[in-house]
Design a protein around this ligand. Structure first.
Ligand SMILES: *Cc1c(COP(=O)(O)O)cnc(C)c1O
Length: 460
């Protein structure tokens, strides 16, 4: 049965609502012009359905809100830290945790701790802030994801897998002692929320053991990754997602976490690890950049909400609905012939802008143009994940990534399937008049992470 025929409703009742309102086309045209055709610069109140990101946009449960009232705001020794520490140990299996204000705070610390200038960090595709911190610390990033991940139409159950031959080649080329660590993302955001199999995780662990390489995880969407393993990998159909989460992580030396994703909170993150030396260094650095090791730039109530949320996110019924809702939107688009990344990932549906707008060359930023036009058409806010996000190489040229995508990211527990139908309608209508969309050129381009703040204008 196709998942477009949904048999189960949202696994929650709505207790608090936030009104949203539709705008006129004229208001949206004015807004996108003022935002320099960058959806990051739009006021959220003008976004009817906001699919910019799933980061920090989750709806918290009644239990999380109850815990917000129980935050211990003591400067040191707060009990809220103990609650987080217990949850991380019980659910993820790591004895040590260092909170940070969000995921990139943790990326900053681990990059400073593990990277010597001139070393190398392989990863299953880059992530914007992750690579930035690795390069900032003096490392060179190497993409070791399987080739299939760069082909938006290729059907593969675990398109986020590490290509073991690429990893081996890097070891042979630069020497294991010059690899600071391997960073394995669960799931792979920029590949379209694609999962990594348990078999692949085990194989990478073996290579790391054979070569004395540290295995770290960018674990932002580890619960969604577990759902795909349960659904697709032999031998896991009867294992709970909570058990799969724990097994996945048992192979890693540590992780960076953006609590804004699979911990179901609006702000927060942490580093977790087994090694005491890394813990000591992380504690030294966290006081400089984030806050005391027991709060890392967060309020006690944030730690409480994160401790509760990371448990809720591993629940089977929650995950089946979560990934199912993303798939529901994707299947509506696929059935209408809209080009999307296949298979549909865990947190977002990615439109293949290169195929959607074949008449716009990549250096006129087709994905950026499509995201801007979708907003004007419908009030739906999405995000560019293509040439603009990939930035420039050392010679100042656009990186021209193989994937030129627009991401429709679904916040957790926020929208209903009815919202998904409205989004699908908007994209399908826009697809019918796609030849009217024109390319863009930069009018302001910052030196790093340019997608956040750059401004554009249409090419006449
Ligand atoms: C969001 C994200 C990060 C960074 O986390 P923040 O909390 O936004 O700082 C790192 N890696 C991946 C894959 C992410 O999606």
């Amino acid at each position: 049965m196709a998942t477009t025929e949904r048999t189960l409703a949202e696994p929650y009742r709505i207790k608090t609502v936030e009104p949203i309102t539709m705008t006129t086309r004229e208001e949206r045209e004015k807004a996108i012009r003022e935002a320099g055709y960058n959806t990051f610069l739009l006021p959220s109140k003008l976004c009817y359905i906001d699919l910019l990101t799933d980061s920090g946009t989750s709806a918290m449960s009644d239990n999380q809100w109850a815990h917000m009232m129980m935050g211990d705001e003591a400067y040191a020794g707060a009990k809220s830290f103990d609650l987080l520490k217990e949850a991380v140990e019980e659910v993820y299996g790591f004895p040590y945790v260092v909170p940070t204000h969000q995921g990139r705070g943790a990326e900053h610390l681990i990059s400073q701790i593990l990277i010597r200038p001139g070393t190398h960090v392989p990863g299953n595709m880059y992530f914007t802030t992750t690579r930035f911190h690795q390069e900032q610390a003096g490392a060179t990033f190497h993409d070791v994801i399987i080739d299939e991940a760069h082909d938006p139409q290729f059907e593969h159950p675990f398109k986020g897998n590490v290509d073991l031959a690429k990893f081996q080649k890097l070891i042979d080329d630069v020497g294991a002692e010059n690899i600071a660590y391997i960073n394995v993302a669960l799931t792979v955001n920029l590949a379209g929320g694609q999962p990594v199999s348990m078999e692949n995780i085990r194989a990478v662990r073996k290579m790391c053991d054979d070569n004395g390489i540290i295995m770290w995880s960018d674990a932002t969407r580890l619960a969604e990754n577990a759902f795909f393993i349960q659904e697709r990998e032999e031998g896991y159909a009867d294992t709970s997602c909570a058990e799969i989460v724990k097994e996945q992580l048992s192979y890693f030396d540590g992780l960076t976490m953006s609590g804004k994703k699979d911990c179901l909170v609006n702000i927060g993150g942490f580093l977790a690890m087994r090694d005491e030396d890394i813990l000591v260094k992380a504690r030294e650095l966290v006081v400089v950049y984030e806050g005391m090791p027991s709060y890392g730039g967060l309020a006690g109530r944030d730690l409480e909400a994160m401790a509760v949320g990371l448990r809720e996110a591993t629940d089977d019924a929650y995950l089946a609905h979560r990934v199912g809702q993303v798939r529901f939107l994707g299947e509506l688009l696929r059935e209408a012939g809209v080009p999307i990344v296949e298979p549909i990932g865990g947190h977002a549906v990615f439109l293949d802008a290169a195929e959607f707008l074949p008449h716009i060359p990549q250096d006129q930023y087709p994905a950026q143009a499509l995201a801007a036009e979708l907003f004007v058409e419908s009030g739906v806010r999405s995000m560019e994940r293509g040439n603009v996000s990939a930035g420039r190489d050392a010679d100042g040229n656009n990186r021209n990534p193989a994937l030129e995508l627009v991401r429709l990211t679904i916040p957790r527990r926020v929208y209903t399937d009815r919202h998904m139908e409205i989004v699908a309608r908007a994209v399908i209508d826009l697809c019918a008049k796609r030849d009217q969309i024109t390319g863009l050129k930069f009018v302001y381009e910052p030196p790093s992470l340019r997608f956040f703040t750059s401004r554009f204008e249409p090419i006449a």
